[in-house]
Design a binder for this molecule. Structure first.
Ligand SMILES: Cc1ncc(COP(=O)(O)O)c(C=O)c1O
Length: 364
């Protein structure tokens, strides 16, 4: 049959202007220190649940309410204050779709997690980026000065990616009070490696939404599970927008076991914190500048040889993430922290690679 002469419809103008976001996935065999995932495995209790899922269970549409109730209990929230999502990424998407329209502004301290800008760009809202201070310090005053009556969303990752920097509770409170008319999203994806949270503000500050993910410490990135905590009213709007079935039944079946196995997560986090301190000491030994981190990764400053460095690490089976294109991150590479044993290997490879590319630290 000859092709029909139909020129397909064009998307909205602003979608045509967007760049496609391509995470560098592809062949990820080797030591995966590129996506800040758990580098070992999820709890064995989750695997037991997976093995017991029956064929007939998969025939049914997923029901998230019961699991939301259980998660609410775990996080000390009311069920009406909890929304499970298909990862925090879906949560960000839903928040943008719920709140952002023409004439609105989104405030982002940068550098930060890329998906805030990606999802905000698919709306009519205007992005306002506020650069971090020296050494990626949180730009509290600059952010407060950038707040206008049009500010509708402020997204803060705490700890931040790719820098590993944190914002104090005091600074967050000032920001939240300065923008009562805007949603302040506090993305606590890396909470376990830091310990600070403002989840207790849910129900007390109607403009606060807190996000948690099960992709990092819990080791469930492949299942796609995130959780939002927010005031009942905000939740009512978000529930209008989210797909009722976006969290699939396999993920829902696994979540109770993942939450219940506190011991597994505590042990994993303990290992990562040991490895983070040891790897920081190793970096000092190599003379590689880096920023102290409260997350499961460290941003290092390789300088102009960053791409060569990442390639040479990959050739030795260690995947790291070039973040040089992020605002203010010229020459920077982000390295996920795995177990102490994995990080000893990574450090040994790094010493070889720096020698191979004749890195002196003077390259700028
Ligand atoms: C700050 C931050 N938020 C959210 C995510 C994504 O979380 P999820 O896998 O739940 O979509 C990431 C992943 O790297 C992240 O760094």
């Amino acid at each position: 049959m000859p092709d029909l002469k139909i020129r397909g419809p064009q998307p909205r103008e602003l979608i045509r202007r967007m760049k496609e976001y391509h995470p560098p996935l592809g062949d990820r065999s080797g030591l995966r220190l590129d996506f800040n995932e758990n580098t070992v495995a999820c709890s064995p209790r989750v695997v037991e649940v997976l093995a017991e899922i029956s064929r007939s269970e998969l025939t049914m549409y997923p029901e998230r309410e019961r699991v939301e109730e259980l998660a609410a209990g775990h996080f000390n929230l009311k069920p009406s204050q909890v929304l499970l999502t298909n990862g925090v990424d879906e949560a960000i998407h839903v928040i943008c779709q719920t709140y952002l329209g023409a004439g609105d502004e989104v405030l982002l301290p940068v550098p930060t997690y890329s998906m805030y800008a990606v999802y905000a760009s698919a709306t009519e809202a205007k992005l306002v980026e506020v650069p971090a201070g020296a050494d990626f310090r949180f730009p509290l005053e600059a952010l407060r000065e950038a707040i206008t009556p049009a500010t509708k969303l402020i997204a803060i990752a705490n700890p931040n990616s790719p820098t590993g920097q944190v914002v104090s509770r005091g600074a967050l409170l000032k920001l939240i009070e300065s923008a009562p008319h805007a949603i302040v999203l506090i993305d606590e994806a890396y909470f376990h490696f830091y310990g600070g949270t403002i989840l207790d503000l849910v129900g007390r500050a109607p403009n606060v939404i807190v996000a948690r993910t099960f992709s990092k410490a819990y080791g469930l990135a492949g299942l796609r599970l995130g959780l939002l905590g927010a005031d009942d009213e905000a939740m009512r709007w978000l529930r209008r927008v989210i797909s009722p079935y976006s969290v699939n039944s396999v993920a829902l079946a696994c979540l109770p076991a993942a939450l219940d196995d506190r011991h597994y997560v505590e042990n994993y986090v303990k290992e990562i914190l040991t490895a983070r301190a040891e790897f920081a000491a190793a970096l000092e030994g190599m003379g590689v500048p880096f920023w102290p981190s409260e997350a499961n990764f460290i941003l290092v400053d390789i300088g102009m040889r960053h791409a060569e460095f990442c390639r040479a690490m990959r050739n030795r089976g260690v995947l790291v993430r070039d973040r040089s294109a992020d605002p203010g991150c010229d020459g920077c590479v982000r390295i996920t922290i795995g177990t102490p044993e994995q990080m000893h290997r990574a450090a040994a490879m790094m010493v070889e690679v720096l020698r191979e590319i004749e890195w002196t630290g003077e390259e700028g």
